[in-house]
Each structure stands twice: as C-alpha cells, then as structure tokens.
Design a protein around this ligand. Structure first.
Ligand SMILES: Cc1ncc(COP(=O)(O)O)c(C=O)c1O
Length: 375
C-alpha cells in the first residue's frame, strides 16, 4: 500500500540519533538544527528519556482516563513549578492541534460565544477549529471554513477592539513568536492591550505555546516576556521530545465539568513518563540558561554575515532572513554539509530550531558551513 503522498521529502533516512545529531542508514552524521520541527527539546535519545520510557513501558504503557494516574498529577505539578504558572489546571492530549482544538472549545464553552480572532501568518494546527484559525487557505477544507474566524494583522489593535466589541468573540488565539509563519512578533503594547480587551469583553486569551513553549524562547513560555496572564495556554512539541503529547493549561476561572473534554490516549502513562523526563532534564541541566547563552552567541555570529538581512525570533526559535529564497541553501546544507535546518511560509527565511542543549561549538559548525555555501 503506498503512503498518502502529502509530504515533500528530503532524501535522507535517519535511523538513530544522539544529542544534536542524527545518523542515516549509511552511518552519515547530521547536525540537527531543526529538531524535527522544534520537537526535540532535550536531544535525541537522551539517557534520562530512554530510561524513563523503557522503565515505564515495562511496567504499564497505557490505561484509560477512567482510573487514578499519579503520573499526570506529577507532570502537572512539575509544569507548574518550572513554568511559574501557578493555579492553572492541566488537561492532557496528544498533539498541538488537539491542544488548540481543546483550548478553542473551552473558550466557547466558557463564554457561550462562537467567533475566534486569529492573526495573519498564524498557524494553529490542521484540525477543525484550529485549522480554521490558521491563516492558510490551502489547508482549510470547506468543512473547516464554516467555523467563524476573523483574521487580523499583527499589531492591528483597533481591529481587535472593533471585533471584540461586537460581543460574539469567544477567543483570541495568538503565537507570541510565530513559528510556521516566519518568527514575527507583535509589540509588547499590542499583546498587553489585546489581553486587556479580552478581559473587558469576556473573551478568552489563548497563548499558543505549542512551538514557543518549554524553554525554546529563552523563558519557559514566550508570553512571559510580557505582562499578560493567558486564560488558556496550549503546549505540545518540546513537551515529549518526540513522544506525542500535548496539553492545555487552564486558568482556574474556567470551571471543569465531567465530560467537557476527553480523550482516549491523552495523558497515558508512557506519555507522562516521557514528559516528566523532559522537564526533569530541562531543570537538572539548566537548559533554559543554555538557550539564552547559545542564542546570544548565535545572534552575534549571524550579525557578522553580510548576506543575512534580518535575524528574527528569540532564544533557540530563530530565523535568518536573506534577500533570496532559501530552498537551495537548505538543500546544500543537508546534502553537502549534513546540517538540517527549517523553512517557513516566508521563503526567504531559514529557521533554526535545535535541541535546547546545543553547544556553541555545534553552532560554529553551522556558521562555517553557511559561509561556505554563501560564498
Ligand atoms: C504554533 C503551533 N501551533 C500548533 C501546531 C500544531 O501542532 P501539531 O502538528 O502537533 O498538531 C503547530 C505545529 O507546527 C505550531 O507550530
């Protein structure tokens, strides 16, 4: 049976990984500055991670959400401790789209309203309401298009005010650093005013931290650079270092009711063990400090390259903008220098999303290769 052909593929077959490296079926080593799309947080095959998963699967991999699962409680407490988001409740699911789907659903339950405000170049996933709130017509099927969504420009505070004051908006959903769209950020003023407008209009403020969360921005959450308290925070990617897990942090003002949300696989024992080992490693290895240190080094090195016109993003969620499309550059980095990087909907942007424990020496390898390709 052929695979449903929806992914354009690079001709590389990774079969193993270690830290910031993956190895293909010929034993060639690749430096991974893409992290499988911002997913690899603590590095490939981290020993804490493989141990935690192995031990857990040998005991109990899964049981449904009809029983006590102390691992979920431990994970929730650890997220609270490391993120500083005190008092929130955690609901666990399996992916970023699912996290946003649940976030939007909660916002609608809480407010009784149905329209969503989202932003140009935003990406929130490929399921029902999440894809409707995504600014990409090519991935919105007619069945999704029936959702009520208004897409506004980042920084259009008057637009947000006008829409929210109409009284039918259940949620504003926003990435504090856009991922797929190309690392754009709004101004601090904008985020803070949107938050105030949400408060004033009984609209839930949803921070989509699926990509920017878990330390990637240099703080646990990217919204923590600003003076806002989201009603709902969606998380996924870095949370499981590749194990499928997602979640929503839910402000205590939103009251739970039995059956309001639910999932078969979400929060299973194996996913929680993976998630706990990620958080323990982020803490024990001070990975957020490393993000900030390596980020500063990366940016200072990038500034010395004249072909780079703009450096975007924060932490280890970075983009290098050129005045040409980077497709060929990425191919040369992969095939000639064995370095994975990412692309964006902005075709001139090279995205850098390495494991959070990448070293400065590994960044040097990247810049040496980049200079060789550019010259
Ligand atoms: C900000 C953001 N939200 C949501 C998603 C969707 O996550 P998933 O692919 O796990 O459904 C992504 C994926 O790239 C993302 O970057």
């Amino acid at each position: 049976m052929p695979l449903f052909d929806v992914y354009p593929l690079y001709n590389v077959t990774p079969v193993s990984g270690k830290g910031a490296y993956v190895y293909d079926d010929n034993g060639t080593e690749y430096l991974d500055l893409y992290g499988g799309h911002a997913v690899i947080s603590i590095g490939h095959a981290h020993p804490n991670y493989t141990k935690a998963i192995t031990e857990q699967v040998n005991k109990l991999g899964f049981y449904s959400n009809a029983i006590q699962n102390p691992l979920q409680v431990e994970l929730a407490n650890k997220i609270e401790a490391l993120s500083g988001c005190e008092g929130y409740n955690l609901f666990l699911c399996n992916s970023g789209a699912e996290a946003n789907e649940n976030a939007l659903k909660l916002a609608s339950f809480k407010t009784g309203k149905e329209r969503v405000v989202a932003f140009k170049n935003g990406f929130h996933g490929r399921t029902s309401a999440a894809v409707a709130a995504t600014d990409n017509k090519n991935i919105i099927a007619p069945i999704n298009a029936q959702q009520k969504v208004t897409i506004l420009e980042l920084n259009d505070i008057l637009g947000v005010k006008t829409e929210l004051e109409k009284g039918d908006v259940c949620a504003v959903i926003i990435e504090f650093i856009q991922g797929v769209g190309g690392l754009d950020q709004a101004t601090a003023d904008f985020y803070e005013q949107v938050f105030a407008l949400c408060k004033a209009n009984n609209t839930m403020f949803i921070a989509d931290e699926v990509q920017s969360g878990y330390g990637r921005s240099g703080k646990f959450f990217a919204f923590q650079y600003y003076n806002v308290t989201p009603d709902i925070i969606s998380i996924a990617k870095g949370m499981g270092n590749g194990f499928p897990i997602g979640g929503v942090l839910i402000h205590p003002d939103i009251e739970a009711k039995y059956g309001m949300l639910g999932t078969t696989f979400g929060g299973n024992h194996l996913a929680c063990a993976a998630g706990l080992s990620v958080l323990n490693t982020i803490e024990d290895e001070a990975l957020i400090d490393n993000v900030n240190e390596v980020s500063e080094y990366f940016i200072s090195e990038a500034k010395t390259i004249p072909q780079i016109k703009n450096i975007k993003g924060r932490g280890l969620m970075l983009g290098l903008e050129f005045d040409f499309e980077v497709g060929e550059l990425r191919k040369k980095l992969i095939y000639e220098h064995h370095i994975f990087t990412g692309g964006a909907s902005n075709k001139k942007l090279l995205r850098i999303l390495p494991p959070l424990n990448i070293s400065k020496a590994q960044i040097d390898v990247f810049f040496k290769a980049l200079k060789a390709v550019l010259n």
